[in-house]
Design a binder for this molecule. Structure first.
Ligand SMILES: [Zn+2]
Ligand SMILES: [Zn+2]
Ligand SMILES: [Zn+2]
Length: 226
């Protein structure tokens, strides 16, 4: 069947409260090539819809299940085989976004919701909202300590080495040596990054909060060895 652009409904599951949020993708024709659909909950999550010139629409939202951002593409003028299509989270394989007719979406989403609940109940959660609230707490706690989990050791090492070589090029790693004499060795230990100058024997340790937090690391503008 053909879905008329102006009637196309898009629905996504809010990654914060778990509610299904409905909106009209067809409004595009009136309001330009980007559209945001917001959840009315206190956390105000949003689905961002962008349409390119060829009519391809990309929908982007945080995923309520895995917490990552996903993007899905569809054509509103495509011939869908059913009144609504669903887009799933690649991690959990469960549907989190729907495009099509509103009634059909509600129907599919209800079935999906029951499946989702079975999985959540197995993991000890009574509702999706409860699961999301627990994850929010987890996320807040994680933000308080240096986050090494997000990056592989290789990624961290390459970020550290690029920041340090930039500082060294700019002459912002300070020891007793004159220009050109400095000979640095780096070693990543549990208590942080040890930096030694072999020429003058000066030494410092960058603490884990600095070394393992790319945001903090990127803000370093000077290192003094003592
Ligand atoms: Zn919400
Ligand atoms: Zn996901
Ligand atoms: Zn030195």
């Amino acid at each position: 069947m053909k879905i008329k652009s102006l009637n196309t409904t898009v629905a996504y599951r809010c990654p914060e409260c778990g509610d299904l949020v409905f909106g009209k993708a067809g409004l595009f024709t009136l309001s330009g090539d980007m559209l945001k659909l917001k959840c009315g909950c206190e956390h105000g999550s949003e689905l961002v819809l962008k349409r390119d010139r060829s009519g391809l629409t990309e929908a982007q939202a945080l995923c309520p299940l895995c917490g990552e951002k996903h993007a899905w593409s569809f054509r509103e003028d495509a011939e869908f085989s059913s009144p609504a299509i669903s887009c799933s989270c690649p991690v959990s394989n469960m549907n989190v976004l729907y495009v099509g007719e509103q009634d059909a979406i509600s129907e599919i989403a209800e079935t999906d919701g029951r499946m989702m609940m079975e999985v959540l109940e197995e993991n000890g959660f009574a509702t999706l909202a409860e699961f999301l609230a627990a994850r929010r707490v987890q996320r807040e706690n994680a933000a308080k300590r240096p986050d090494t989990g997000k990056y592989s050791p290789e990624e961290l090492a390459s970020m550290i080495s690029s920041v340090l070589s930039e500082l060294q090029e700019d002459g912002m790693i300070l020891c007793d040596c004159d220009e050109g004499e400095q000979e640095l060795t780096l070693s990543l230990e549990n208590d942080g990054l040890h930096i030694d100058c072999l020429s003058c024997g000066r030494h410092t340790v960058l603490p884990p909060e600095t070394v393992f937090n790319p945001d903090v690391l990127a803000r370093l503008d000077k290192i003094e060895l003592n």
